[in-house]
Design a protein around this ligand. Sequence first.
Ligand code: IPM
Ligand code: MG
Length: 357
Amino acid sequence: MKKKIVVIPGDGIGGEITDAAVKVLKKTAAIYHLDLSLDQKMAGGTAYDACGDPLPKETVEAAQNADAVLFGAVGGDKWDNVDPLKRPEKAVLGLRKALGLYVNLRPVHVSPVLAPYSPLKPDIVTGTDVLIVRELIGGIYFGDRCESEIHDGVERAWDLENYSVPEVERISRFAFKAAQGRRKKVTSVDKSNVLATSRLWRRTVTKEHKAYPDVALNHMYVDNCAMQLVMNPGQFDVILTENMFGDILSDEASMITGSIGMLSSASMNESKFGLYEPSHGSAPDIAGKDMANPIATILSAAMLLRYSFDLDREADAVEKAVQAVLTQGYRTGDIMSEGCTKVGTCKMGDLIAERIG
Ligand code: IPM
Ligand code: MG
């Protein structure tokens, strides 16, 4: 079985972390006799600098013709003042839209070896196992917006939040099905005490739930959820939420694990095609210094094997290799603590690759 993966490093630490993940994928392919082709393409600020477009047509076409995409990260202060339509973030948003990637999965799992390093008390975080199911191509991210307009001599800007019933239905179905394979509980997060879109969201989720009587459903306001996540993360199984709330809550949830450098992510469409990327950003301040934690990207590569290629055994092998390296005390700077061995991005990738199979 030949599989085509397009690798898009992007900006900042993107190159270093995707290099580490590619090393792990190549080792996995060698051990398990997989025929993977890996083709690298440009996107983000780097692409903007090279050709004036953060998402070149060639990159979109390559992604459309691939079986999966491994993505690094995009963005950086350097591009803060470019035309908003050419910002590096347009690359990842444009790819999500072009590929119809409506579901974003962000698993937050606290492994016993890392529980002591969470900024929260170990007894609060131990055993945390949450799957965030974030709607990815709707809501305020993709609504109409106006950068600037003048009314009665006053300048304003606006962004429109907008959801349709079918958009909420399909993401709800995904969340309920995911919960069936887990602890059978969905918490739908909204702000229905204020927003019309959230009231439509809540109504629609409640209606879809009727087809999944084996799954428990509760609703929670987003502000309360932000608090509950740090107070009692163990209460959550699947968190189902809209695009922007999911963006914010997933960053918050990642810190439960000790570092955002650990949080992987999968974005998928109806035909199992996926784009896999760490949940964190491009960290321009540490780019090129061999300091970034590549684990989120490596775990994203494991999700790629599992979800797009149905290679559970190979995905397990990658996840086990990550656990082995952590158990043996190797750490990048972000998760470093006394008595552990500090390693760089490249070395961390090597150590994980060595432990495959
Ligand atoms: C994420 C990122 C992106 C988002 C940015 C880079 C556009 O923060 O994947 O969480 O907001 O979705
Ligand atoms: Mg984010």
